[in-house]
Design a protein around this ligand. Sequence first.
Ligand SMILES: NC(=O)c1ccc[n+]([C@@H]2O[C@H](COP(=O)([O-])OP(=O)(O)OC[C@H]3O[C@@H](n4cnc5c(N)ncnc54)[C@H](O)[C@@H]3O)[C@@H](O)[C@H]2O)c1
Length: 346
Amino acid sequence: MTRERIGVGVVGVGMMGRRHAENAARSIPEARLAAVFDADRALAGRVGREIDADACGSLEELLERSDVRVVVIASPRRFHAEQAIGALSRGKDVLLEKPMGLSLEECDRIIAAAKHGRSRLQIGFMRRYDSAYAEAKRLLSSGALGQALLVRAVHRDREETNLPASSGITEMMLESTIHDFDLSRFLLGDEIASVATTAAVLCHTRDAHGHAPNAALNSVRFAGGALADIETYWGAQYAYDVRTEVVCAEGTALVGQHPRSQLAVYTRDGATRDLFPGFLERFADAYRAELSDFVSGVAEHRPPAVSGLDGRAAVAAALAGVASYESGKAEAVATTASPREPSPRR
Ligand SMILES: NC(=O)c1ccc[n+]([C@@H]2O[C@H](COP(=O)([O-])OP(=O)(O)OC[C@H]3O[C@@H](n4cnc5c(N)ncnc54)[C@H](O)[C@@H]3O)[C@@H](O)[C@H]2O)c1
């Protein structure tokens, strides 16, 4: 028996949303791209024509369509809460890009809307769908390497930052480091207790002195005693480079590293093997697997693989990183939304 394809609507069709729209239209047999919406109407029209989907003139119009069952939200983060709540409260299932929201209070409202609308909500931490990370998770859960003790993670973006100093470290924590906060929680199966973040404007962006930091080192403590050491760096030039190691009592699991006996040197011109220009290339399969799993889960009434609570925990860790950078001390990760929550700068 062939199942009816699930209609997908994509909100925000910039870099990330366009990829989700293309995947829904072309790569996921269970899905049908029904509609797109973008605040930039011309862009929505262009993408709609190119991928053969209706371009809606408003979010409302997209949400009112009965052929849109799944809404993928890939607009800028400041719109996530309002748009996700709008979609969830109409009973749509929502795949919401990271970061889930700007504050824990926003995350709580999104989670409440999903509960109220009995809708499925998943947060876009696609690395969990990457085959190497998924295999690492299976291995760690099997106990074959003994207790997981220490995570070392690197996330380098090729492009440098051009943010004003006033944006501080918020952008980096909520946009980039948040992936490693989620990934380390996922791999260790534990909650982050505290974050100590140090950050700087490094060498080749020195001309832009006064800009927001383009490098951060994050020391993370987990509730169960494990540690994580997370580097986030924008401006690597040579590639988009993501690596992770989980050191366990009886071995270590590495993702994104090369054989030990080889020296590898990467430059903008000399990068040779296994390097990716950006996240769309490195995680192409993971983005496909993520949307495919979410869409097939709608028909099968499966709980989403990355829950609202996962999204909230990652936002809490990112906000602790921002607070730590500002205070110069390790900051405990908040578990409840506080009326004094730092209000996001962007
Ligand atoms: N999971 C990942 O690996 C990953 C990678 C990149 C970006 N993202 C996330 O995806 C989201 C979008 O990032 P991006 O890099 O695609 O940004 P982008 O700037 O390329 O695209 C954002 C799009 O949203 C549109 N937009 C602005 N306001 C809107 C509104 N109110 N309603 C609808 N559309 C609106 C813009 O016109 C633009 O086309 C962010 O939350 C970002 O963190 C996730």
